[in-house]
Design a protein around this ligand. Sequence first.
Ligand code: BGC
Ligand code: NOJ
Length: 809
Amino acid sequence: MKFGYFDDVNREYVITNARTPWPWINYLGNEDFFSLVSNTAGGYSFFKDAKFRRITRYRYNNVPMDAGGRYFYIKEGDVIWNPGWKPTKTPLDKYECRHGMSYTRITGEKNGLEAELLMFVPLKTHAEIERLTFRNKTESKKTFKVFSFLEWCLWNASTDMENFQRNFSTGEVEIDGSVIYHKTEYKERRNHYAFYGVNSPISGYDTDRETFLGLYNGFEEPEAVLEGSSRLSHAHGWSPIASHSLDVTLEPGEEKSFVFTLGYVELNDDEKWESKGVINKAPAKAILSRFDTSEKVDRAFNELKAYWDDLLSIYSVKTDDDKLDRMVNIWNQYQCMVTFNMSRSASFFESGIGRGMGFRDSNQDLVGFVHQIPGRARERIIDIASTQFPDGGCYHQYQPLTKRGNNDIGGGFNDDPMWLIFGTVAYLKETGDFSILDEMVPFDNEKGTEVTLFEHLKVSFNHVIENLGPHGLPLIGRADWNDCLNLNCFSHDPNESFQTTENNTVGSKAESLMIAGLFSVCGKSYVALCEYLGKDDEARRASEFISKMDESVIKYGWDGEWYLRAYDFYGKKVGSKENEEGKIFIESQGWCAMAEIGKSEGMVEKSLDSTKKLLECEHGIVLNQPAFTSYVVEYGEISTYPAGYKENAGIFCHNNPWIIIAEALAGRGNDAWSHYAKICPSYTEEHSDLHKVEPYVYSQMIAGRDAAKPGEAKNSWLTGTAAWNWYAVSQFILGVRPYYDGLVIDPCIPSSCKGFKVTRRFRSGVYTIEVKNPDGAEKGVKTITLDGVVISGNKVPVLSGEHSVVVSM
Ligand code: BGC
Ligand code: NOJ
């Protein structure tokens, strides 16, 4: 069952049934001011940091789900309704929600009155624009009232939900004409306020929640709206809100728009006040005046569209499969940008108060957006590297506001250092900007400790070889990519977090085959980089360690039909046929196969075959089999999940592309493709009722075969899945891969695919790459012509201007 459809021309997903199986959301904003908006106008806004600068309030995990947002109540006679259906849930004659690139347009219609709500954050603007357009589609005159509504959050999203003894006495507002200002705590340490205005005279307002709603009412029946007039309340403490009321009259066929602006302002100490106790409104008025007509809003909206046209024109494909084209050209790239902006902070599964920027997550996210915003990727690499320790180890997370390592989560995740190599190499291949390697970057943000970024890569590499276990394999530390395989924790206390509980590495023999494969892949690209830079000694030194690692994997990491997952604290095998549960895991198959360890001995093919046979199911590849059915203290969190969910045999969509890439490297295009299509959102759209979350973005997890409802997805939007699938499809399936000195063309496709065309802007050139596959090959390029001339090899050089490349497979 579907709840809408893709409109590819407008780059929108159009929801036609408001009762989606879960709120289906979108993100507004591209730089500093962000909003989450659901298909019924729920959600919230924040400035830069979803914890410390929360502008509007949101209640997670509430009943009903998704309560609170920017609501417009329309009262015509006795009928009260919302264009987005919620919160009154008055049945609408028409409903449509269009989620597009950084904007959402919700249209509702009741009794011949249409209300269209367009929401977006204009570029370089600290405000959300909500343009509400009414159309009278009847033959008679219409007179009605409109009430806006949103609820201010008292800035710190976490204390806002906890510290009521203080917060109920702090709320403060000012009302000035059609603008309501929220200035809680402004006179003390804060230098910021928010405002909500409309470009038209109002007939009333409310700023106190209890007065507007009535203490015993929910959002669905505000007393002021039921009565038909605002109560002109002025909030002093309790819960400040912002609500305007407007009287509207429309002649038959007439249309009228109102522009509501929700904005945020920061001021220096010496300009905070207009007069004692009265905030300086000039900056707010400047923002309001930029959007005080519908034409100005149109202009800003068109600029936003042009911004996305540009970003999405860097890589695009034309195949004969719409589902593939819309993921590659629109939604996968869009999700990568959202993930870049949000990291793992704010979604409908992440509260915005819990997590900072992950060291490994941020580096992996990079491969999803580096082609679009290389300048910001550069900045991010430096930020991340600045939190590293001199021995190559890392804080697991850092805070986006301070950019400092975060001790709450600590460190010791021994995969972390490798990801810095992974991210930096991706940046270099895309941009050719080797100057980044000479940037002076501190350790742990300490002044005076600066070394070049290249040195950071070197200490990253060394961190693995300085932390080897008894089999010459990498010690796992607190955990590797799988945060839930906690081989050194031994936690018996339900009150401790697996992420932070004591990490008993002393005397531990716990080694990771996932890190071994990761080291081999990233190590080889480190070697290639050194060679490219003429650092031959370093290349040789590193190569020797990699060869040794590969040998250790072949000798101690192979279980006969697949790669082992790990050795535990005591040196016992994990992920072996000898185990009762958790005999095979996906991570080591993916990484050791991508590293092609033991390829000539047939290990790669065997590992991929075992993955297919033992881990693949109808909805994707599960993480491990058999699932754990009881708690294993020496394995940790993984065994706490019910079978089929999350890291315990869920389909962790983040690691499926590792197998896809390994299949592609092995030349098995049909297998790579079938793994890709299984978890790709546009291909699951048909069973949206089962899938539950948005059909236009990837989720972190789909319930695996052992779950009660296999195929049901969770944790949509903020996941490394977005970047990894983008990387897999763009660089390994379609096979257009940036390299330091050119674009490698190396497709690996299903044999049924007769060809496709990629347009790729790369450095200062634009390449139109037409791939022809008349004989149904899966891999292998026969000839390539560049502007009509045959070239040798499959790398097109870096060129300026437009070029045509024709590839025969
Ligand atoms: C989740 C992991 C996550 C970790 C750290 C665990 O509970 O299962 O997916 O990486 O928490 O936040
Ligand atoms: C989600 C985390 O953000 C990521 O860092 C981790 O690798 C996966 N979960 C797997 O545990």
